[in-house]
Design a binder for this molecule. Structure first.
Ligand code: 2IP
Ligand code: CA
Length: 366
């Protein structure tokens, strides 16, 4: 019998969170992360920056762990980054997770110094089990679930700029951070390869609970929305508020904001696509709208699955206005994947209460 996919995705997201945290708490690794800001010299040992390496390593770790447990899914686990790097000697190095920590450290040592390669490899091979009362009861998945028909999109670190800078600024609304580590998320989303519909999502905030200097505990959200099973740990009540609240990227178009304001919404602005979607999941806001094509499938698959498990959804912005009807974002695999097909190029609208769409789409079409 297969292990429980949701539980394993939560564990994988927690391992990812551990790697993300260690890169900020280990002095040598933090130096590598922050150095990037100061120019080309910082990247003397490899052609990409260290933040990309951290992303790749997390992505490959999740692929390795989930691919080992669920071989039928192995070839359909995808992420933002390519695992190929060039080292100082111009040799191409593929970041590969080995059988043992030693093997992984040897691979990493071709682009990093031995000390940091060993620290990272140690985290990659640590057995991680996330257990938390907030996790709720994870249900058994249907016995006849066809794993070969499931694909995964991973965003190893969403909000990379926030991850590196680390500075937190709060919005006017309680509990909503506009920048900083709280906006960083790990996103793991599973979709049905035949229908293109997201079916399982795990969203972790690795830096949500600060226990001490450099010591954080993650907050993890999950949801399942299969035809025969809907479950999640996100049963939040909508907080009392006088107006509806929308969350936006700080670069959102003024004309669109004006229209939304005319519908009586108040605004919060925050970083991180996953973080903004999470605020809709927790019902701290009613709406996340992005008119630009600046998110990708790995940004939306996980939160969309959770939203669907709550009766909400994520729609294409441009695909839903005008004469069109609300069109959910889709992960259907048609043909060769290119930068363009991976992008949610028509923007997005995320809501927990889909009855808000009527007014919204009308107003945005005027
Ligand atoms: C980014 C990140 C940015 C977001 C952008 C995403 O992903 O979430 O914060 O922009 O859309 O693609 P904004 O904060 O303006 O919403 P990554 O950090 O993985 O590049
Ligand atoms: Ca992202």
């Amino acid at each position: 019998m297969e292990p429980n996919l949701v539980q394993q995705l939560v564990n994988a997201a927690e391992k990812a969170a551990n790697i993300a945290r260690i890169c900020r708490s280990n002095e040598a690794l933090l130096q590598l992360l922050v150095q990037e800001k100061t120019g080309p010299e910082a990247n003397a040992r490899f052609e990409h920056d260290f933040k990309t390496l951290a992303d790749v390593l997390i992505q490959e770790t999740i692929k390795h762990d989930i691919g080992t447990l669920f071989p039928a899914m192995r070839d359909a686990i995808k992420g933002e980054e390519s695992p190929n790097f060039k080292n100082v000697d111009g040799e191409s190095v593929t970041i590969a997770i080995g059988e043992t920590a030693e093997e992984t450290a040897n691979c990493l040592a071709s682009i990093l110094n031995v000390e940091v390669a060993e620290v990272l490899a140690g985290e990659v091979h640590r057995a991680v089990v996330y257990e938390e009362s907030l996790l709720g009861e994870i249900p058994a998945l249907p016995a006849d679930l066809d794993y070969s028909n499931l694909g995964i999109w991973i965003d190893p670190i969403d909000g990379t700029a926030e991850y590196i800078s680390g500075d937190s600024i709060f919005t006017d609304f309680p509990g909503i951070t506009s920048t900083g580590l709280d906006c960083v998320t790990v996103l793991v989303g599973v979709y049905d390869r035949t229908t293109g519909i997201p079916v399982i999502g795990v969203v972790s905030q690795p830096f949500h609970n600060k226990l001490d200097e450099n010591v954080y505990r993650s907050l993890v959200f999950w949801g399942v929305c299969l035809p025969e099973l809907q479950a999640n740990n996100c049963q939040f009540e909508r907080p009392e508020r006088d107006n509806r609240l929308g969350i936006f990227s700080s670069s959102e178009n003024g004309d669109i904001l004006q229209r939304i304001m005319e519908l009586g919404y108040e605004f919060a602005f925050a970083a991180g696509a996953g973080h903004k979607a999470l605020k809709v999941i927790t019902w701290e806001v009613d709406l996340y709208l992005l008119s630009k094509g600046s998110t990708f499938k790995w940004d939306t698959c996980a939160p969309q699955a959770i939203l669907r498990s709550l009766g909400g959804d994520m729609y294409s912005y441009r695909g839903s206005i005008g004469d069109s009807k609300p069109t959910p974002l889709s992960y259907i695999e048609d043909g060769e994947e290119t930068a363009d097909t991976k992008c949610n190029k028509d923007g997005l609208i995320a809501v927990r209460d889909v009855t808000l769409l009527d007014d919204l789409l009308k107003k945005l079409t005027e």
